[in-house]
Design a protein around this ligand. Sequence first.
Ligand SMILES: *Cc1c(COP(=O)(O)O)cnc(C)c1O
Length: 402
Amino acid sequence: MKKKSQRVSPAAKVMTAYDRYVIPSYGRSPLVIVRGRGSWLWDIEGKKYLDFFPGYAVSGLGHCHPNIVRAIKRQAGLLIHLPNIYYNPLQARLAELIVAHAFPGKCFFCNSGAEANEAAIKLARRAGHAQGRYEIVSMLDSFHGRTIATVTVTGQKKYQEGFGPLLPGVVHVPFGDIGAVSGAVNEKTCAVILEPIQGEGGINVAPPEYFVALRRLCDARGVLLVMDEVQTGMGRTGRYFAHQHYGIRPDVMTLAKTLGGGVAIGAMVAGSRYADLLQPGSHASTFGGNPLACAAAVATFDTIEDEELLKYVRRMGNYLRTRLVRLAARFPFVKEVRGEGLMLGMHLGIDGKAVVAECLKRGMLINATGDNVLRMMPAMTVKRNEIDRAIKIVEDVFRAVR
Ligand SMILES: *Cc1c(COP(=O)(O)O)cnc(C)c1O
């Protein structure tokens, strides 16, 4: 007979299997999650959590948005995968939607942010090839992915240590400093790459004039301006793409995260001038732009339109910001509230990890980045009462940890 005391909980079983069989490259919270809906997640024991950081913005429409679920189910019964040597209406429709909302140009589809940035790096190298241009100017505190090329372009040493030698020809300058970019660009430079708002680096913002000056500088020196909108894109900041706040257009833009409404898909969008540089055989991704992922991404665009999410994000973003600023006024260790739309950061004078751990104890999932920036990126569909709940929890935590 089995003794009750020897029974291992289902959660412990899962975590033990991870210990044994999953490469430990992630720091993980001891949560076993099995279900999600909107801004909520449920663990294996049925406990519910308010998710104020759904999948690093991948689940930007909230978990399991009914439109996405319906689109995937329908497409799964029609066609899941198709190699890129054939045409499919969904990839056509998605490319058309992206270009219509971004700028005249063409798309290359892949499966992740890193892969989209890889494509952008290759395109920039190809564009500069004839003139011997291959160097890339990137920003300190940036994040562009974990492949060798994208981790080299990423301006944070902690992600690079132990993986050298890295890609040659990458120079890092401080974000927001136009003089530094100007000094770093030379006759070997093919591209400047940056995020419109640095996500992983701590929700760092720069004024519109910086981006206008960057655009002018890239034009004057014959260098591609590449905007990594993997995190900021698809409505997160209250516009489809964050660069649209600054009144400029990049030559190349990369997307992933929210693009597929939770399904893996990435895209590189090249402006008309560079859109035909990659000719047959020059670049590829086997899974890129498959019908299932494209169906999810088309449904994401349709949902943003049908639910008027850009307007909603601006409204909820203003509300969340107001609440955060009010909170900041009462807790002197809060140094700054910054960001745009529903991509907000609270710069703390205390350890962010402790705040995250305390929030978790109170049933809320949130992220701290750059050690002491609390990153507020709820689903774009977050409800006002969910924001109120989050604020109440953060307030309780601030009182407990101060
Ligand atoms: C998440 C992220 C990436 C990397 O995306 P993956 O899908 O993890 O490869 C690249 N750039 C930015 C700005 C990101 O936020």
